[in-house]
Ligand binder design. Structure first.
Ligand code: ACO
Length: 326
């Protein structure tokens, strides 16, 4: 089997910025509390005219341009998202049309914030089996649309963004070495959007009770997340014969700086080899690992031959990791 390789990266965040000071005027919170408890200083959020697919298209266009790949060459598009433009058609379907990707297959994957690792893993499988030559793997979110700006325990966390990777078969030792995907549905009610699905369809009551917004038991997610990120990182490294010290750069899901620091402490991994951009983006769900990877690459922190470890967790709960030789 041939490895899949990332041949182009793209990222996009909406222009509008919501700072902690702005949030101080909306809910009872403070810049100091948010920075200390989460590491977040500001986040980008969509304006009235923008939706998830708009962000996805911008990130994908940049990734395709950098890869030197024409939209007509794309065989399959997979979008990780928590809040697509609508229940159906899929956001990937809208992206396929807007990019001009002929009639390429397209599908959304719902794994909450692990949508980055899930979309990358699923995209990579199609390359590895030889089914497709060019796959577009995207993570895109407009989480501000499902954030309750009267609930200080959630609205301070989330931001909007998209990231994209063009995958092609590798002809050398570089590429996606391995991926791991996990889920445990017993934790479904730690983080979920109660209404709008077949369990609780939209009604006047659901709107009045604000049930179309994300609900979260934050401190419980926190504890499980630290354990999951650590365990999945150790497992994928061991299976591939590596130790934490072999990793050049760790790119974790950006949910909370304290979660990242606690997970790295557990692993004994130094923070100077960890990519952190949560201060400027907040938690951008499925987009976060792509956006952090793109930023690290743009800044020259990713060099040919580097071993990269990607890890994420999210509602569901879901979690997973990926190992890449750049
Ligand atoms: N401003 C000021 N005070 C606040 C705020 C706020 N924005 N939010 C909560 N508080 C208060 C609480 O009311 C509580 O007050 P009390 O002690 O008087 O009851 C106090 O701060 C402590 O609350 P905790 O919830 O215990 O605070 P914690 O340190 O756990 O931080 C946080 C909360 C930031 C949500 C943290 O638990 C966290 O990041 N959890 C993980 C969340 C996460 O990663 N979710 C995303 C998963 S990925 C996905 O799928 C989208």
């Amino acid at each position: 089997m041939r490895r899949a390789k990332i041949v182009g990266l793209g990222a996009y965040a909406p222009k509008r910025i919501l700072t902690n000071k702005d949030l101080e005027r909306m809910v009872q919170t403070s810049d100091e509390w948010i920075v200390q408890r989460t590491g977040i200083r500001e986040r980008h959020i969509v304006d009235e005219s923008e939706a998830t697919s708009d962000l996805a298209v911008r990130a994908a266009q940049q990734a395709l341009e950098r890869a030197g790949v024409e939209p007509e060459e794309v065989d399959f598009i997979v979008v990780g998202t928590t809040c697509g433009d609508m229940a159906f058609p899929s956001t990937a379907n809208l992206v396929q049309h807007r990019l001009g990707c002929r009639t390429a297959g397209s599908a959304d994957i719902y794994a909450a914030c692990t949508g980055s690792i899930y979309s990358l893993s699923i995209g990579a499988q199609y390359i590895q089996t030889g089914k497709y030559r060019t796959v577009l793997a995207i993570g895109a979110e407009a989480l501000s649309r499902i954030s309750d700006f009267t609930d200080r325990s959630t609205c301070i966390l989330f931001g909007d963004a998209a990231g994209a990777a063009v995958l092609r078969p590798s002809d050398d030792a570089s590429g996606i070495l391995d991926t791991d995907l996990y889920s445990d549905g017993q934790y479904w009610d730690l983080l979920y959007q109660p209404a709008g699905g077949s369990r609780l369809p939209a009604s006047h009551e659901t709107v009045e009770q604000r049930l179309h917004y994300a609900k979260m038991k934050g401190s419980e997610v926190f504890k499980v997340a630290v354990r999951m990120v650590g365990e999945s990182a150790v497992r994928i490294l061991e299976r591939n014969g590596f130790k934490p010290e072999d990793v050049d750069l760790f790119i974790p899901h950006q949910a909370n700086l304290r979660i990242i620091e606690a997970a790295m402490k557990r692993l004994g991994f130094p923070m100077d080899r960890v990519v952190v951009n949560i201060d400027r983006y907040g938690n951008t769900g499925s987009a976060s690992v792509y956006v952090a990877l793109e930023e690290a690459w743009s800044l020259g922190r990713v060099r040919p031959g580097d071993l990269l470890l990607l890890a994420a967790f999210g509602g569901g709960l879901t979690w997973g990791a990926a190992l890449i030789r750049w």
